[in-house]
Design a protein around this ligand. Structure first.
Ligand code: 3HC
Length: 706
């Protein structure tokens, strides 16, 4: 598309209307800034044009710079739209609908007026991709709304509603009418003769406020210290806004540019860009035609009102889908409904949910007492006890009553989807929907594809996931599916390293330093040690060669089940949740190691990190090799949203590429020699390493046909 067609210019009633038309989100890709500048020049040169409007075609104003261009060599632009807008002699009105983000908002800030429809969102989210606003946003926004509000917006990167933007002073007027273009033209006509032109760059009175709030930037730095550890962009955002309060505009722009270019190619920015695109790639199912008509999902049913079932019902209600909840007994149903009410009440108390919103959501969840009552639901999500016989019974009952064409999903985290589907006469409509706990909080949803699951079922389940705020990821049917299977070796290694002499607190510290919000042992204590204890017992009973983990077994047998019992891997005071290292645990570890004949030794932090993560990288390669995941980047998305992997490290496979596939493979080979079968290298890992390739680029060739 040429720049002329990406940006249109027309004159209506003496107003030059500049329309950016670069689908899907009007990003400022090649040709767009040039098109805007060419249109501005035409408007300036045309004496019949009294004022101009800048707006976007389609669903948005402008969603920002074209992220795909970052990190690529490109010539510095001779001129920038922001400067041309600043120099304009005629009033320019930005008319915002959809999103004005990043460079989009920065262009709007360089206009003289901004109006928006009520549903519009504005923001400077650059920090989320590891950079800072680079189009003057860090200099203009503090001038317009004051440094305190500006630094908060830029460091958080959050989207701000039109109403809040009006209160802050970003938007001059919210237009209620349906036709934004007509409203904007009328607005431009009203301001056409007003002089001087209000240029944000010249507004300095709000900057003075910063002088009286000397500690502002230090306070912000302190407030982000925990969350922003290991990252540069949030601090550069603060430095850039601080420069706005100390330096004249042009110098501040130079500072912003310098800080921006320090970040564009940083590890953190590359990782965050990768995560952004991986999250969008994950929605694509190969072979899925755009024309495929998916079953509509307007109503849902959840079987089981336990912690998982209740959480899933809340997800539906939170996103406007009416949901019926069925339980085995009236008591269990009443208990489950009470838990749902309590969870909502806690959110209201914490201030994260409005009372009025809770009152809208609760009635969407309807307890029912028979299968007949859910017969007409479009989707059923089963979340009963994790036992094959129970699941089969539920699915047989569903098969008997649920309307034809409805989708039947099981929230199993480990059982064979095909066996569950065989309990029905409609296996094509059956798939897995593996939510992570707590289901109303965790973003990841694994959609598990059975041998006979129809592509419509899979696509509809993924779409349902997105409709209830989840990141849906395709997963093949295998033991543990993709997320937990790729994570399992990590869990084994953390326990084996403890036997060998690395303390739980040392391992936790390494992972927290790496960027996890909590260490894996502290997480186990939070989740409860009894769950994995039970599954180890099951596995040991089924497999005589199963490698037992005597230390966590012993902890559970001593009643140390984690936070809920005041002790697990750590000791907890009754009043708080802070984990305290416990000499009793150290004693148990030493004794057990001695009894097993394992010599304890010291571990370096790097060895701990590599043993945990390389074991999972190797397993992820095996999963891809078997065609159980579509892409390595899908596994990364799972680690980001299911396991708290630090986003600024991209994901498991992206991180492994930073180490290098060759180095990872060499180490896996060495540990295979030393520790045996569990480190057997994946042949795919060997192949990629041999040719010096990138693990994150792996796409499954043999993905099972769906
Ligand atoms: N650059 C390139 N592509 C972009 C893009 C951007 N800024 N924003 C969105 N896209 C693409 C997506 O990759 C996706 O492509 P696909 O269909 O091929 O997968 C398509 O547009 C639609 O995007 P979404 O699926 O995300 O659509 P949604 O409607 O769910 O969300 C959105 C829209 C809120 C605008 C979201 O896309 C988003 O957050 N985009 C990024 C916004 C951003 O970070 N802007 C700042 C960029 S940096 C910048 O401006 C620097 C400046 O300071 C100089």
């Amino acid at each position: 598309m040429s720049e002329q067609t990406r940006v249109r210019f027309e004159v209506v009633d003496g107003i030059g209307v500049i329309t950016v038309d670069n689908p899907p989100v009007n990003a400022l890709g090649p040709g767009v800034p040039e098109g805007i500048m060419a249109a501005l020049e035409r408007g300036e040169a045309d004496s019949g044009v009294k004022a101009m409007v800048l707006m976007g075609a389609g669903r948005s104003f402008i969603a920002g710079a074209d992220i795909r261009q970052f990190g690529k060599p490109r010539p510095a632009p001779a001129r920038r739209t922001y400067d041309v807008l600043d120099q304009a002699g005629k009033p320019i009105v930005a008319a915002i609908h959809g999103y004005a983000l990043g460079g989009g908002l920065e262009n709007a800030l360089a206009c003289h007026y901004r109006i928006a429809v009520p549903s519009a969102k504005v923001g400077l989210p650059e920090v989320n991709i590891g950079i800072i606003p680079g189009g003057g946003g860090t200099q203009r926004l503090p001038r317009l709304i004051g440094p305190k509000a500006a630094v908060e917006m830029i460091v958080s990167g959050r989207h701000v509603s039109a109403a809040e933007a009006k209160t802050l002073g970003i938007i001059d007027e919210i237009v209620a009418g349906k036709d934004l273009r007509a409203e904007a033209i009328a607005y431009a006509r009203r301001v056409a003769d007003r002089r001087p032109l209000p240029r944000v760059r010249d507004m300095t009175h709000k900057l003075a406020a910063a002088a009286s709030d000397a500690g502002l930037f230090e306070t912000v730095r302190k407030s982000i210290a925990r969350k922003a550890r290991n990252q540069k962009a949030p601090y550069h955002c603060i430095a850039a806004v601080e420069a706005a309060t100390r330096e004249p505009f042009e110098q501040g722009i130079q500072t912003e540019r310098r800080l921006f270019s320090e970040l564009e190619n940083s590890d953190e920015a590359r990782a965050l860009r990768y995560a952004f695109f991986a999250e969008r790639e994950v929605t694509r199912i190969p072979g899925l035609s755009k024309d495929l008509v998916l079953p509509e999902i307007k109503s849902a049913a959840v079987i089981g009102a336990g912690t998982m079932g209740g959480g899933i019902a809340m997800c539906c209600a939170d996103f406007g889908i009416p949901v019926k909840v069925l339980e085995a007994s009236p008591e269990a149903l009443a208990k489950g409904m009470q838990r749902i009410r309590d969870n909502y009440a806690i959110s209201v108390k914490r201030g994260s949910l409005e009372q009025a919103e809770m009152e809208q959501r609760l009635p969407r969840i309807q307890p029912v007492d028979s299968y007949q009552a859910i017969a007409e639901c479009d989707v059923v999500i089963e979340a009963v006890f994790e036992e094959m016989a129970v699941k089969k019974e539920v699915f047989a009952k569903l098969d008997a009553v649920i309307k034809p064409g409805a989708i039947l999903l099981t929230n199993s985290s480990a059982l064979d989807i095909d066996a569950i589907a065989r309990a029905t006469r409609r296996a094509p409509q059956v798939a897995g929907a593996h939510f992570f706990s707590p289901a109303n909080v965790m973003k990841l949803l694994e959609v598990v594809v059975g041998e006979q699951s129809a592509i419509e079922t899979v696509a509809a389940a993924m779409k349902l996931g997105r409709a209830i705020g989840k990141i849906s990821v395709y997963a093949g049917n295998c033991d543990g599916f993709v997320a937990n299977r790729s994570r399992a070796p990590f869990n084994t290694e953390m326990n084996l390293m403890v036997e060998e002499g690395a303390s739980p607190e040392a391992i936790d510290q390494v992972m927290v330093d790496f960027g996890y919000p909590m260490g894996p042992f502290a997480v186990s204590d939070l989740a409860g040690l009894d769950i994995s204890y039970a599954s180890r017992k099951r596995r040991a009973a089924a497999d005589p060669g199963y490698r037992k983990l005597p230390i966590p077994d012993r902890l559970v047998e001593l009643g140390r089940k984690g936070q809920k019992t005041g002790a697990g891997w750590y000791r907890y005071d009754p009043s708080d949740r802070t984990p305290h290292p416990d000499p009793e645990v150290q004693r148990i570890i030493r004794e057990t190691a001695l009894a097993m004949g394992i010599e304890q030794r010291a571990f370096a932090g790097d060895e701990i990190l590599r043993r945990l993560l390389f074991s999972s990288v190797n397993e992820a390669c095996k999963i891809l090799e078997e065609g159980k995941a579509l892409r390595a980047s899908d596994i990364d998305v799972m680690w980001l949203h299911g396991f708290g992997f630090p986003r600024y490290r991209g994901g498991l496979m992206f991180w492994a590429d930073r180490v290098g596939s060759r180095a990872v493979c060499d180490q896996v080979e060495a540990w295979y020699q030393r520790y045996g079968a569990r480190w057997q290298p994946s042949s795919l890992l060997r192949d990629v390493a041999r040719r010096g390739g990138d693990l994150r680029e792996i796409k499954s060739a043999s993905i099972q046909a769906i």
